[in-house]
Structure formats: C-alpha cells, structure tokens
Design a protein around this ligand. Sequence first.
Ligand code: WTA
Length: 648
Amino acid sequence: MFNQKNVAFASEEQVYYPDISFSARANVRDARIYDWAGMDYEGFWAEEAKKLHWYKTWDKVLEWQSPFAQWFVGGKLNACVNCVDRHLDGWRRNKAAIIFEGEPGDQVVLTYQDLHREVSKFANVLKSLGVVKGDVVTIYMPMIPEAVIAMLACARIGAPHSLVFGGFSAEALRDRIKDAEARVVITSDACWRRGKAIPLKQNVDAALAQCSSVEKVVVVQRTGSEVYMEPGRDLWYHELMKNAPIVCEPEIMDAEDILFVLYTSGTTGKPKGIVHTTGGYLTSVTSTHRNIFDLKEDDVYWCTADIGWITGHSYLVYGPLANGATVFIYEGAPDYPERDRFWELIEKYRVTLFYTAPTAIRLFMKWGESYPAGRDLSSLRLLGSVGEPINPEAWLWYHKHIGRERCPIVDTWWQTETGSVMIAPLPGLVPTKPGSATIPMPGVFVDVVDELGEPVKAGESGYLVVKKPWPSMLRTVYKDPQRYVDTYWSRFEGMYFTGDGARRDKDGYIWVLGRVDDVINVSGHRIGTAEVESALVEHPAVAEAAVIGRSHELKGQAVSAFITLREGIAWSPELEKDLKNHVAKKIGGLARPEEIICTWELPKTRSGKIMRRLLKDIAEGRVLGDTTTLADPAVIDQLMKQRVSLKE
Ligand code: WTA
C-alpha cells in the first residue's frame, strides 16, 4: 500500500528553526512540557481543564472503558459561559470578540458584551420556540456572525447543535436533519458569493418537504432575497430578536453532556454523526488554540474555514472565544472583487494569525505572488495550515510570499473525530520541515504502525493511530455506538485508527500521506466514495459506478467516476453533464465528479470486487499495477484507450 518506504523526502532535510525573538515570547517555552504530559497525561489535561470556568470540578479526570471514554467525570460547566460570560468581568468585555466583513464590504464588530447580549437573546428565542436541553438544533448558515450567535445560544441552553455546511444540497441537508431528528432549523435567506446571492432557505424548504420532525425554521435576513415563508413554521430572526429578553441563565451542563453533533463522510454511504461532549472538547480546543497559535491578548486571528466544518467549530468559535480572542470572520470568496481580497483584509484589519488550507494556498500560488506583494502583510506573525497534507512547494510559497520569511508555519493534523489538533509544532519550540505536521501535541499519543499494529521504524510508512484517549475525542457515532466501535477501534487492538497513512522520519517527525480508506479529500473536504457511487447509481441511466480520488494540482484530490450504463442508453457529453449535476444535487457541489468515464465493464477481480487501485492508476496516468487478478483484461485495454482521450 505504501510505496514511499525508505525513500527520504527532499524536504525532510530542510529544517526551519523558530526565530529566537519569537521563541523568547512564545506561550510555551519549556520543552519539558512534552515529558510531563507524556508521563502523566491525565494530570496534564486536568491542569489545562482548570483554566476553564467550572461550576463544579470533576471527581475523576478519566473513566476509560475502552473504547468509551468519559473525561472530567462529574464536572459541571457551560461552554457558552466559557466563551462569553467569563470575559465580562474585566476590561475584555469591551474587546472585539468578532470582527466581521461581508463580501459586499459591510462590517460588524461585536464586543464580548455585545456577543453576550445577542447570544442571551437568541437563547431566549430558542427557548420560546420550545427548544429544551438535549434537543438537537440544525444550523444551515453562511459565514455571518449570526451563525456563531446561534451555536453559542444552543450551547447556553444545552441544546446540541448540528451544523450542515452551506454548500451541501437540500438532500444532504434532509438526511442530516432526519438523522438528528431536529425540531428547529436555523438558516438565512441566502449568502453572498462572488456578487451573487446563493440561496439557502430554498434548500431548507426542499429538505423539509420530506422531514416531519421540524416544527420551526428561523431565518436570518442576509441578502434580502425573496424567500417563501411558511405560515406557522418559518420565522424571521430579526423579528424574534426584537422583543427577546436580554437575560438568559445558562444551563449547568455535565462535562459529558453533548455539545454538538457534526456529520462527516465515512467509508459507507451514510454520513456519520460525530458526537462531541462539553468538558473534554472545550479543554482540548482551548489549550491547543492558545499553544499552537501562540495567542496573545492583542492578536487578530483569522481562520478561513467554514463554520460548517470541524475547523470552524474548534478554531473559529470554541477555542478562540474561550481564550477571549478577537476573531475575524469573512463571508465570501477569496477572488472577489479581486484576487487579493484576503491580503486586502489582512492589511485592513492588521490580522496577526492566519489559518487556512493547502488547497487555498495552491490557488494563491497559481494566481501569482503579485497579489500578496501589493499589500502590507507586516502584521502577520504566524501562519497555519489544515485539512490535507501540504506539499513542500506550497509550504515554501506560503512561507516566502505570505509569511515573508518571518512567520512560523504550524501545519496542524487532526480530524472531525479528534475534535482538536493532534500533530503540530509548538511554534516557539519545534523546528519545522515543509510538508510535515511535525510531532504529536503534548498529552497526545499518536503513532505510526504496521499491519500488525507494531510501530514502524524510522523512514518507514504505516497507519496513523492514537494509542491513548484524549479529552476532545469523539465519544460515539450519534445513535450508532456499534459503528463507532467498528469504524475506529476494530482495525488495531486497543488503538484508534485514523484512516490515514503516514511515514515517520529519522527525527521522529510524522509525514501524513493521506487517507488509506475510501474517503476522498477534495480541497480539504471529506467525501465518501460510497456516497458518490450511490448517488450515481440512483440515476436511471447508470448500471454500476466506481468512484476514486485522483491527485489534482489544486484540489489535492478530485472525484473521478467510472460507470457502466444500463442497456439501451447511449453515452453523450450531455449525459455526462447531467450525471455531474445529479451528484451535485444529491450531495453538493463539492462532490461533483471532475470527470466521468463510461466503460462497458468495470475492472473486477474474478470474485467480483472492483479493482479501484487500477482505476486510480488509470486516472492518474500511471503504469498499471498488478493486473493478473482481473477477470477480463480487455476492460483495461479499453479504459487505457479512454485515458488517452481523457488527457486531450
Ligand atoms: C486530512 C479536518 C495532512 C487527513 C481538520 C484527515 C490532513 C482528514 C491535515 C480529516 C494535515 C487534515 N496534514 N492531512 N495537516 N489535516 N488532514 O475531518 O486525511 O475534515 O484524516 O478534519 O483530513 O478531515 P476533517
């Protein structure tokens, strides 16, 4: 499976040491943190947890009945209080919590005091709609302050939120609402994207046509687009907020009460509801955010991830706000109105910490360095990367043209399931190598193991696993604990399997190679091959489908589909377009196949298994691997011919 064995990466030898002046002021300066945390990880995490506000401290740090964990057992807290109320006592109450700029250029600044008021009011609105502790609320919203307000309001009253990325289709939204059995959905009329109003409420209407659980829909007016409002069901946010009372007592939550559910793609067709709880999650995200981003009181922190993904949850909302940071939020596209919009925003708001994804960096690289060069980026002091392996070229470009060779880069490896960053450099301590997320965080036990679960030697590749529980680990799959056990804890005895492959170098640095399961990472977004396949075979023209991720210059990976048609159906460019649209409609634009290759038979083994490995070789233009187990070698000949036409 891993062909990189014993091959040194060129960038492995390229080491960037932390700048002395940065290290001298860094939040974490003592390298012994790794030893303490390694010797007593429960003690380490308990110290981190103490930095939060608790109504009652825990009786026991960790209850581990493998693979089910409880952290800070018996502890009581509220996530919203930690993110908002506790900053009101001192001068921070007048500090900007959120600085927002919309795509058209409109601005909103909310101080912690403002945020407290808006969140409390909206929490009362939710209560007035009948939401009680334990009810799941679905949030389908763009990148606007109301999305953060909605999340925190849910946390305040103990209602787990379930965010659905605004780019998901009505059908994907419907499935997630159904699984969560949400009674309330929060959305907006539309959002701005490259000057156009992209509808959201319309998708909610379509989703709800097939969902019986939903009683109320709250609609934020963002673009002013005309929307249908169903009498008795749909309510305007601004009208509800007008008279909402300003005081809302927070619910006292158990450390293990659910904070949120977030759906993510897995290896089977149905997305999994990843469950995160309150105490452990908040402890990990707050601690890692402070340490990895070296957060200081006067920083302006910008995370470009959408709020609908885990990065948005952990490092746009909970981690930074629990730390009392100033968070910058931008609604729109990076190339609107010009390709220097991001750099313009950094210049304008004097952003100091910038966290984005390799796919975006590659796009900026393609556009050229003249865009950042024309802007003053001197405020930046640290850069972050997340979502997929960052190729060394992109790392070096980021370092040179954005960081201007001054800013450390923190490449952060983690997952929806891990809740917080697991592998990343502490920027004042750990030398970086372009393309490696470096070493595990203190108190986190990540390893690279072979098929048998034994650690691989330096220079070798294997599977990325976690060997001990950590506070922000997923607790289960929503309503499906067996799936939790099967997916994550069955591949290796007593270890959490991440689904990623990785390589360990001679210095113990980890180089994540990407997914080894049937998950495709398109522009940092996870898509299950099975989801796309089932969408394709639902189309009346398609008999069979096999979907793979092939490497793509900008997106990291692209969805490549191979299909066979039903009897009597002819292949045409129109049908290809129709199928692509069909997938986008079923799942969302992010899953739209880059290409669809029609063949008369898919390559299969004699026992009937589709040989995806060969399809990947074909799509990536490689010399084919072993074809001896093929039932019908002629299939490959035909696909190879098509590959030539694909290239043209
Ligand atoms: C990939 C996003 C290499 C990985 C936070 C993981 C990465 C999946 C990195 C999780 C990184 C994320 N280097 N690969 N720094 N960060 N990944 O759940 O394959 O959307 O398993 O969480 O993204 O994606 P998810």
